[in-house]
Design a protein around this ligand. Structure first.
Ligand code: C2E
Ligand code: MG
Ligand code: MG
Length: 742
């Protein structure tokens, strides 16, 4: 009982000592049923000090007590001085077996002691229970005891180190493996901090930082240090500048680490340096105490292990930037915009309708061609900046195509008025200040779930519609549009095959002098017979041919056919008749156009003065520069020019005056307004204008005698219409001319 008390006293002291400084002591357990042995041993070893650590004694007087102490101390128990014979003959051996097998503790060293000389345990026991030494008590003089203890403490320390690093390495392998699966920089960096904390057995708290340049998606010259990932108290600083932490200790030490490209181990924190193929980062971790050498080694191994992972996540990040970002404006690209649309609900948080818009810059290629690619790029960046600056957080945007931007937001912001206002002020593009016109397509996000890709498609349909609309520069998607699109695509396909199969025809409608009523010309008009013997109207298929680009080949054929027929007429003795051919915008964009016209004239040996090109006002307005230049060249060649459907487009007088015109064609709708005994104001104005500009005028769509007389009275020169003749195939026209007798 006496020694049990003693043990309790010891335990009480021991506990406080252990807690104070677990690393600063060697735990020695003396197990013996002889009280005196305890005292002698303590005395013998009392001032022993190894590696700056003192011995700290624990006492057990039976095998059972020994087991309890061992259980409590675990692997912090360094050496057991163990009596073999106690309550039983082999009580000590039972303790050794229990320590190794039941408690599974490999580190504590065992020194067996026995009072009976001649009694020696079997060799097996020495090996199996990893016994360091076996001595009789009399053999163990003070000196011997000290050397044995020192040797045992050394080997305990080595085994402990090896085992700790093994456990650490297992953790490293495990945590690196986890980290290598991570594909986001933020996730990876959080993982790094958490894993380091768990390696060191701390509460996780730390940050991973890097210079923005290569790693983050910031401006190229941005060199400040950013927090890439963090855990614990620092989590809220992710993606912020390191400065925003306002902690000089962290800011300076991270800076020092990145500059010196080396780890930094300080009393209460460490900064680890990560680098793989130039992907650098600094990992700051808070520590409770100075870090020991084993942990330093562990961290170094860990850091070199995960550096490759860090490079990988950065490469992934760069790949995803390439896949989802526009390189020029740094905006989301088409792919990412589709993802954004996928994630957009039809109503925003305040229950307002969400809308997607596509903005197309008109004639962007002119800027590229005229001022160079750099100016074009600058312009695109200015446009992106302006939209973001003016609309800010209320919208999200992306660059969908070369000169097309996408915007998502609620309809109070994303609407034609607000956007048009934004484009009312010219844009800076390098040294230039350019006024910009845009066309917009809109689509409201519907109640029915619609995929991002479909929304984009629908908005694009609305945009294409808007481009064709002469009255506005925007359009909203309507479901009928799509049905029409399918129908239109089918028709385009059929037109292409029918054109290749030479099924298209050119008919001619005579034009007469209003005074003499003699035939002075004819207009070439396309005819497309359908399978049921009817004709598909040019008003339907010509826009499709324009849209698909087919009009370039078809138009060239109409022109060639017309020149050939003109030659036929000359050959038949009707040399004073001209032929008018309609020309569409896409034909002007074809660089071969001017040459093609000249070649047809030359090939058929006709006088160019008898060939007239008809263009509508909208053609002129669309791309004035190309049209004016081409027409001037053709006019110089000898061809004449007429403005078709005059009065229906938005004519700009300045452009009209720049065009080398010969004739104005008064649109049929104004002729239609002519009523007996009333004045048709617009028809009158056009004829007057024509006279003032020194141009001939011709009235289209004259069906009634009174319309002809009215136009004659106004001073209009010529007329075309059912009153005189409908469009007809060339052979019929030839008969008509031969029989014609005004
Ligand atoms: P447009 O150039 O204004 O042609 C005149 C249209 O008015 C023709 O319609 C003609 O048939 C019609 N018309 C002539 N007199 C009368 C009349 O007294 N009453 C009525 N109601 N209509 C009359 P069409 O042939 O259907 O052609 C429609 C449009 O298709 C043309 O308008 C022109 O813009 C385009 N088009 C026709 N052929 C060609 C072509 O070869 N190339 C191009 N680019 N466009 C063409
Ligand atoms: Mg015409
Ligand atoms: Mg016309």
């Amino acid at each position: 009982m006496e020694y049990e008390n003693d043990e309790l006293v010891f335990l009480a002291e021991d506990d406080s000592a252990e807690k104070e400084d677990v690393l600063g002591i060697w735990n020695i357990l003396i197990v013996d049923d002889d009280e005196e042995i305890h005292t002698v041993t303590r005395l013998a070893l009392s001032d022993l000090n190894l590696n700056g650590k003192k011995l700290h004694f624990h006492h057990a007087y039976s095998g059972q007590q020994a087991i309890e102490v061992m259980q409590r101390l675990g692997s912090s128990l360094a050496v057991v001085l163990l009596d073999v014979v106690m309550e039983t003959d082999d009580a000590g051996l039972v303790v050794a077996k229990h320590l190794r097998e039941t408690l599974g503790l490999e580190e504590p060293r065992i020194i067996l002691r026995t009072g009976q000389p001649g009694y020696a345990p079997e060799e097996r026991v020495i090996i199996d229970y990893d016994i360091n030494d076996y001595k009789t008590k009399t053999e163990l003089t003070r000196n011997k005891l000290v050397t044995t203890i020192i040797a045992s403490l050394r080997s305990y320390q080595q085994i402990l180190t090896i085992n700790q690093s093994r456990v650490g390495l297992e953790k490293i392998i495990h945590s690196s493996a986890n980290l290598l699966e991570e594909h986001s920089i933020k996730g990876f960096c959080e993982g790094v901090v958490t894993q380091i904390s768990s390696l060191l057995g701390l509460d996780s708290g730390g940050i991973v930082c890097a210079r923005a340049g290569r790693v983050l998606d910031k401006e190229e010259n941005e060199d400040s240090v950013y927090v890439l990932g963090a855990a614990g108290e620092f989590a809220r600083y992710i993606n912020e500048r390191l400065d925003s932490l306002h902690d000089r200790r962290i800011i300076d030490s991270v800076d020092k680490c990145l500059k010196s490209k080396a780890h930094l181990f300080e009393d209460h924190y460490s900064v680890l340096y990560l680098n793989s193929s130039g992907y650098e980062a600094a990992v700051f971790v808070n520590l409770k105490d100075e870090i020991n050498d084993i942990d330093k080694k562990l961290l170094e191994v860990f850091v070199s292990n995960i550096s490759v992972g860090y490079e990988n996540v950065n490469l992934f990040h760069e790949l995803s930037i390439a896949a989802f970002r526009d390189w020029l404006t740094k905006l989301p690209n088409r792919n990412e915009f589709i993802n954004m649309l996928d994630d957009t609900p039809c109503k925003d948080s305040s229950n307002r309708q969400n809308v997607v818009a596509l903005l197309d810059i008109n004639h962007f290629s002119d800027v590229n061609d005229g001022l160079g690619q750099d100016a074009g790029n600058n312009l695109l960046v200015s446009v992106a900046d302006r939209i973001q600056e003016k609309f800010g957080e209320s919208i999200r945007m992306g660059r969908i195509g070369a000169d097309v931007f996408g915007i998502i937001g609620h309809d109070e912001v994303v609407n034609p008025d607000r956007i048009n206002l934004l484009f009312a002020v010219p844009f800076r593009a390098g040294d230039h200040t350019l006024p910009i016109n845009i066309t917009m397509g809109f689509c409201k996000l519907g109640q029915d779930y619609c995929t991002g890709i479909n929304l984009l498609k629908q908005t694009n349909i609305a945009l294409n519609r808007a481009k064709k609309d002469l009255n506005t520069n925007f359009g909203y998607y309507e479901p009928e549009m799509e049905e029409k699109t399918t129908w239109r695509l089918g028709l385009i396909r059929k037109l292409r095959t029918d054109f290749s199969a030479r099924k298209l025809q050119v008919w001619f409608q005579p034009q007469v002098d209003l005074v003499t009523e003699e035939i002075v010309g004819m207009e070439a008009l396309l005819r497309w017979p359908s399978d049921d013997g009817q004709f598909i109207s040019p008003d339907v298929f010509v826009p499709l041919a324009e849209y698909s680009g087919l009009i370039i080949d078809i138009g060239a054929w109409v022109l060639d056919e017309s020149c050939k027929r003109l030659k036929d007429l000359v050959d038949q003795g009707f040399g004073e008749v001209r032929v008018a051919v309609n020309i569409s915008m896409p034909q002007f964009r074809d660089p071969e156009f001017v040459n093609m016209v000249k070649q047809s004239v030359i090939k058929h040996k006709i006088d160019p003065a008898y060939l007239e090109l008809e263009i509508t006002e909208s053609v002129v307005m669309d791309e004035p520069q190309i049209v004016i230049e081409s027409l001037k060249e053709l006019k110089a060649f000898g061809v004449t020019i007429a403005i078709d459907d005059f009065g229906t487009g938005f004519s700009s007088m300045s452009y009209l005056q720049q065009l080398p015109l010969d004739r104005l064609k008064v649109d049929r709708s104004f002729i239609n307004e002519i009523r007996p005994n009333q004045s048709a104001f617009i028809a009158e104005t056009i004829v007057t204008l024509g006279n003032k500009l020194g141009l001939q005028t011709i009235a289209e769509g004259i069906e009634k005698r009174e319309q002809a007389s009215y136009m004659l009275k106004l001073g209009c020169d010529a007329a075309q219409g059912y009153l005189f003749a409908k469009p007809m195939p060339f052979d019929d026209l030839l008969d008509f001319i031969k029989a014609y007798n005004p």
